[in-house]
Structures are given as C-alpha cells and as structure tokens.
Design a protein around this ligand. Structure first.
Ligand SMILES: [Zn+2]
Length: 364
C-alpha cells in the first residue's frame, strides 16, 4: 500500500515533511529527501490516535538518530488499512478504531449536551413568552404578602399625587367603618381613601389600599350599596386579582421583580390603576367572595346587586360609569348575585349605623 503522510523526525523540518510511504505485510518504507530510504520492521511501530477529535493515527518509532512520527489523517486511508491490516499491525489498528469509535460516541453526546445547554434557555424563553400571561399570574401568586404591601405602598405614593384626596368627612368615616368590618382578620393591612372625582368608581391597589371616588358615594342609594362595592373591591385584593392583573400587564420581568424584591421602576410602570380590568372569572369570584365577606360582617347583602343596578342605569348615558368599564356588571351577573343570596338562606344582619344622607352631604 502506497500513500503520503506527514512525517516528523531527525533531519526533517520542524513542521514536518510530507513523504511517500510504502507499507507492506512486514515493513514500512519511508522515502526521505535526497533519495534516501528508511525501512523498519512493523514490530517496531507504536500506534496511537491523536489530533483534534482523535481523528489522526500516529505511527511512532525510535532509531539511532532519534524519534520519528508519522501522521495518518486521511479517514479513507484509515478505513482501507483497518479493512486489510498487515498481520503484525492488526491488533494495534483494531485498538485505534475502537478508541476512535468510543471517542466519537462521547463527542456526539457532549455536542448533544452542549446544544441542549444553549438551546434550553431559548426553548424556555419561547415557552415563557408563549404562555406569559398564565405564567405571570402564577408568579404573582408567589409574591410574599409583605412584598405585595411594599409594592402597594410604592404604587400608592406614585399615584396619589394625581388624586385630590378628601379627608376627615363623614364619608371618610363611612368608608373606613364599613371597610374595617369587611376586612376583619385579613392578612392585609387595609387603608381607605376618598378621592374628589365625580366618576362613579372605586379601585384597589395590591396590598390593601382602597380608593373610593366621591362620585360613587353620591350615586350609592344607601350605606349597604357602598358596602356591596367595597366587599367586591376588597376581594380583588384578597384574591390578588389586582396583583395578577398588574403582573400580566407589566410582564414577566416585573413579576420576577415582585418576587425577588426589586420594586424599582415597577411602581412607576403602573399607571391607570383605576382602569385595571379583571377577567370574568375574577369578577365572579370577587362577587361571591364579597358576598361571603358581607355575610361574615353581618351586613345586608342586597346592596351589592342594587348598586350594580344603579350602575346599569347610569350606563344608559353616553358615558358609562368608570366602575363598569373595569368591572363589567351585566344583567346576568346581577341575576346570579341575587340567586346566590337567595340560596344562602337565613342572613343574620345588623344595620349599618350610618346616617347616609349626612354622609353624602359631607362631600358637597
Ligand atoms: Zn371587580
């Protein structure tokens, strides 16, 4: 068998020389520069694999002048040799082939692992984006209450500048009194605020800040109607609807920020809190849990559906009440509220000791 190979050895350039090789069943002959020939018995060859990816066969030997090394890189030639090896080299060549096979298997595995290593984050990110809103909602569920309160405080600080707060009126005391009755024993520390704003609205900030617009007090026909709205609104905090809605509108990074305590920027990102919209499920849950809270507080529940009816009537105007746009009150919802109240049987209640006309008058 004749071929050329890169040879390093005494008298050759340090980078090696590409020389003709003749291999037969008992010896290897090398055509050296200046017509010299070097022959050596196959028994003196030491075989090994090397090079990048173990793709090179190395034949090495020692003679009086020094150490020689011959590199066989051509895969086709290696295959040919492996198929018909000289008997003296058969075992050594089989060993080389085995070594290369094992190396390739490991190599394939590690390339696979590497690909996975690089692709996995991309895959995960894809999954995240694909399922972002469900995920942020889950993330919101993991936010510790203390963290949620801190977030709420930061948001409130940023938002309250845009509100004209009303203090020390009968209406403040009414909101506070009813609110405290509805949230007795809650894990949240609630704070109740009144804002001068003629739109019929109320909203809750994660962590327990509840804001009632003066327009809502003016539109409510009784303290029980105010209680109905507060009971519903409080449940958006208790059930973390507002936190979830916020996390969903802000995205994953904000969701993670809330969990890991990086609140910087989140509060500033939250705008239009009074316009946060909730899902149908969240509304239904707030209604039903709100009813439970009314029951626990021994407050007559009739105010809740009747307040929503008041809102419905107002919706006949060109500009529907703001509370309706963030909490759609459909006929169906009012009907199911009435049905839930009827199904709950006996409802022991104590009247709210509030002079409602005086409460309304305190805001005029
Ligand atoms: Zn709602």
């Amino acid at each position: 068998m004749n071929f050329t190979a890169l040879v390093h050895g005494p008298g050759l350039p340090t980078t090696g020389a590409r020389l003709p090789v003749q291999l037969d069943s008992y010896q290897l002959q090398l055509g050296l520069p200046e017509g010299r020939r070097l022959s050596l018995p196959l028994g003196e060859l030491q075989l090994s694999v090397g090079g990048f990816n173990d793709s090179v066969w190395r034949f090495e030997w020692q003679d009086g002048q020094g150490r020689w090394s011959l590199a066989l890189e051509d895969a086709a030639l290696q295959q040919q040799l492996a198929a018909q090896p000289p008997a003296a080299l058969a075992t050594a060549i089989a060993g080389l082939r085995g070594h290369q096979r094992r190396h390739r298997a490991v190599w394939r595995l590690s390339v696979g692992a590497m690909l996975l290593w690089f692709l996995l984050p991309a895959l995960l990110l894809g999954l995240l984006l694909w399922n972002a809103s469900a995920l942020t909602s889950r993330l919101a569920g993991l936010v510790p209450v203390a963290q949620e309160q801190k977030l709420g405080e930061a948001i409130w600080k940023a938002q309250q500048r845009q509100l004209r707060l009303i203090e020390n009126t009968e209406a403040n005391r009414a909101v506070q009194t009813i609110g405290e009755r509805l949230t007795a024993g809650s894990r949240y520390h609630y704070r109740w605020f009144l804002a001068r704003d003629n739109s019929i609205n109320a909203f809750a900030i994660p962590g327990g800040v509840v804001v009632v617009h003066s327009g809502l007090i003016a539109a409510a026909g009784s303290a029980e109607e105010l209680a109905g709205v507060l009971a519903h609104e409080v449940q958006h905090v208790e059930q973390r609807h507002s936190l979830r809605a916020m996390a969903q509108s802000l995205g994953i990074s904000a969701g993670l920020g809330m969990i890991f305590g990086d609140l910087s920027g989140i509060a500033q990102m939250v705008t239009g809190l009074s316009q946060l919209s909730y899902s149908r499920e969240a509304e239904r849950e707030a209604d039903l849990e709100g009813l439970k809270a009314l029951r626990a507080a021994r407050i007559n529940p009739a105010g809740m559906p009747s307040m929503f009816e008041t809102l419905q009537r107002e919706a006949g105007d060109l500009q529907p009440p703001a509370l309706l746009s963030s909490h759609p009150a459909t006929q169906e919802r009012i009907a199911s509220l009435r049905a839930a109240i009827a199904a709950s049987g006996d409802w022991p209640s104590e009247p709210l000791e509030l002079d409602w006309p005086a409460v309304q008058a305190s805001l005029r």
